[in-house]
Design a binder for this molecule. Structure first.
Ligand code: FAD
Ligand code: DHB
Length: 393
């Protein structure tokens, strides 16, 4: 088999890259370890920045999104039962959308299918063999047959636990990471959202986030201990904790409903530099991850592959390698802006470790600034909607 770009991973990064390349007349093959059903059902992100939605619209991918996504002009910071609304659109000039990542993945797969794109699912033995002076090879089993895919480039879109980043020889990558003492328990519930906008609740029992997927479905998160397990969280304990952390004095309680899915998400920050090695280009979670506090992961993946597809286009249309060579340098300042904001948000929202009384007072000072200072509020809004990344680097 021969293609121009072999893409490993059919998450948002790999699928969108394949679509954008197709629009530019560049061929690709997508190889995904899991089944189609698995990737279409996997519950993950939900918040899209205005810029990501614009990319999807420009690429002709926003038909269903524009009908079903929920557009939000603001958010609520709830601190110990007190509401503080931030009008993000007024502060930053644009805002955010809620649309489930698995819905986006369904739309992307449908678009590739319609265009006759090649996506192979359940390919669990991908081995990239990078060549610096000729075609590279990706070995795997397709339809039961051992197959060699010859390609000009490999796009590593296979998430944090993929095979492409580890295929870079030792000594060529520098990695930076931070782990956190908390994790998030994520819950999808068939219950109408209590609020029309997202509620980020800071509480002495720990952080809680009330998001949604539709007017009928809530997406809720609770800060839990690192290493905690869903086995410790029967449904009634989840609701009790959500009520406690999200309650507002004198107002109606959250509406309960059947819990459809629950899982624990570890919190971690990670960046690999550079995001490329010879013919291999990393994009999305394969190159960097952030704690979910600021909802940046999916948006960074969209931005990475937008830049990468422009670079491939320049190479294939004009033989100009400058954009490919400069891919990592162009992306890293934005990545680090999102890393810093996500880490800062983790400090703003999470209950500090037991006994850190000083940390608790610092957190209060930070919250006061965001809520009371117009300058701090505006900076927060610009970073939340992703606009601040255009000033990075
Ligand atoms: P992935 O979505 O991880 O896709 C990688 C794909 O590669 C997967 O399909 C995987 O099966 C496949 N793969 C892995 N290894 C191999 C292999 N060896 N061979 C072939 N295929 C392989 N981000 C936001 O922007 N907003 C949010 O609101 C938000 N909330 C989140 C909530 C949760 C609970 C979680 C877990 C994450 C959240 N994120 C959020 C982060 C976001 O989901 C990720 O950043 C996003 O999925 C990155 O996309 P990706 O395509 O780079 O990676
Ligand atoms: C969602 C997740 C986040 O991490 C966040 O900050 C906002 C929304 C969500 O899944 O809806």
């Amino acid at each position: 088999l021969r293609t121009q770009v072999a893409i490993v991973g059919a998450g948002p990064a790999g699928l969108l890259l394949s679509h954008l390349l197709h629009q530019q007349g560049v061929e690709s093959v997508v190889l995904e370890r899991r089944s189609r059903q698995y990737v279409e059902q996997r519950v993950r992100a939900g918040l899209l920045e205005h810029g990501s939605v614009q990319v999807l619209r420009d690429a002709g991918l926003a038909g269903r999104l524009d009908r079903q996504a929920l557009h939000h002009d603001g958010l609520e910071l709830r601190v110990d039962g007190q509401r503080h609304r931030l009008n993000v659109t007024r502060l930053a000039g644009c805002s955010t959308y809620v649309y489930g990542q698995q819905e986006l993945v369904k739309d992307l797969i449908a678009a590739r299918e319609e265009a006759g794109g090649q996506i192979w699912f359940e390919v669990d033995d991908v081995v990239p063999e990078l060549s610096h002076d000729g075609p590279s090879t990706v070995r795997c089993t397709l339809d039961g047959q051992p197959t060699e895919i010859s390609c000009d480039f490999v796009a590593g879109c296979d998430g944090f636990h993929g095979v492409t980043r580890p295929s870079i020889p030792e000594g060529h990558l520098t990695t930076y990471d931070r782990t956190y003492p908390s994790a998030w328990l994520g819950v999808l519930a068939a219950a109408p959202p209590a609020s029309e906008e997202l509620v980020y609740a800071v509480h002495e029992r720990g952080f809680a986030l009330a998001s949604m997927r539709s007017p009928e479905v809530s997406r809720l998160y609770l800060q839990v201990e690192e290493g905690d397990s869903v086995d410790n969280w029967p449904d009634d304990r989840i609701w009790k904790e959500l009520h406690a952390r999200l309650s507002v004095t004198g107002e109606a309680e959250l509406t309960e409903g059947p819990i459809l899915e629950k899982s624990v998400v570890a919190l971690r920050s990670f960046v690999a530099e550079p995001m490329q090695h010879g013919p291999l280009f990393l994009a999305g979670d394969a190159a960097h991850i952030v704690p979910p506090t600021a909802a940046k992961g999916l948006n960074l993946a969209v931005e990475d592959v937008t830049v990468l597809s422009e670079a491939f286009h320049a190479w294939y249309s004009d033989g100009d390698r400058a954009l490919l060579d400069g891919y990592s340098d162009r992306r890293l300042p934005s990545i680090w802006e999102a890393e810093e904001f996500s880490d800062w948000m983790a400090g703003l929202l999470h209950r500090p470790p037991e006994g850190d009384r000083y940390g608790a007072r610092l957190q209060r000072a930070r919250l006061d600034a965001v809520v009371n200072s117009p300058a701090s509020g505006r900076q927060f809004a610009e970073r939340y909607v992703g606009l601040a990344r255009q000033y990075a680097g």
